[in-house]
Design a protein around this ligand. Structure first.
Ligand code: URA
Length: 243
């Protein structure tokens, strides 16, 4: 766990300090630029995906992709460059849910491709899950102009798409990143600081849901990265439980 923590902290840009083995020395060591923490154990093991049938590109997926692509259910379709459906394994164990596409995502048609996306990728890698192993989508499939917060009517119009994605993927764990995503999914006004740090439950299947800070927020408030790390450890722990 120490090596994994060191890697996470390094990837997200926090210098790692650790007491030497002998507490009597009371001196600290810092992660080397190479990434190998002095005296650290072997590099963190990448979690092998559990054996699971790989879902083929079946009809329901094709229909859902087409429905999102042509969606005009709210006014956001008028200002979008393109819809942002979501990306990743259709049999992923972890489903990450953000808020809405930003300018980069609107341009590229993929969620979390900007600076916040880079940090999200690093956070996932730190628990042994490369981006390619998870499914990532947003509450909204279209960018709100000027990156304003989604309006409740927009989220309500778009949620059936997300619900279908979750029903198709059948993930073992959901990770809501950011206040907007967490509060919408849990239908609450509770502040994110009180939603994170424990296992919530989502939908009729009672899928375990973990809430953490949005990577864009963590870029502005790096002191909260340590709390995000504990949230990710909770995700890892849930995923390691037998199904
Ligand atoms: N922020 C989000 O919530 N989602 C994205 O896709 C990009 C930034």
């Amino acid at each position: 766990m120490t090596a994994m923590r060191d890697r996470y902290l390094k990837e997200i840009g926090i210098p790692v300090w650790r007491l030497r083995a002998s507490s009597a020395e009371l001196s600290t060591v810092m992660t080397e630029p190479s990434g190998a923490a002095v005296g650290a154990a072997a590099a963190p093991r990448v979690i092998e995906p559990l054996p699971r049938e790989v879902a083929p590109a079946t009809e329901p997926w094709a229909e859902l992709v087409a429905a999102v692509k042509g969606c005009t259910r709210c006014a956001l379709h008028k200002s979008r460059t393109q819809t942002v459906f979501g990306v990743g394994r259709r049999d992923a164990h972890l489903f990450v849910i953000g808020e809405a596409p930003g300018a980069d995502e609107d341009r590229q048609g993929e969620p979390f491709v900007g600076r916040a996306g880079q940090l999200l990728n690093a956070m996932l890698r730190a628990i042994g899950l490369p981006r390619s192993e998870v499914f990532i989508a947003n509450i909204l499939k279209c960018r709100p102009p000027g990156n304003r917060d989604p309006q409740p009517e927009e989220a309500a119009s778009c949620t059936p798409y997300l619900s279908q994605q979750i029903a198709l993927v059948q993930p073992r764990v959901l990770l809501a990143v950011g206040r907007i995503s967490a509060q919408w999914l849990l239908q609450t006004d509770t502040p994110i600081g009180r939603l994170r740090g424990r296992v919530q439950s989502y939908g009729e299947r009672n899928t375990p849901l973990v809430v953490t800070y949005h990577p864009a927020y963590l870029l502005r408030s790096p002191l909260d990265k340590a709390k995000a790390w504990t949230d990710l450890c909770l995700v890892k722990e849930l995923l390691s439980r037998s199904p």
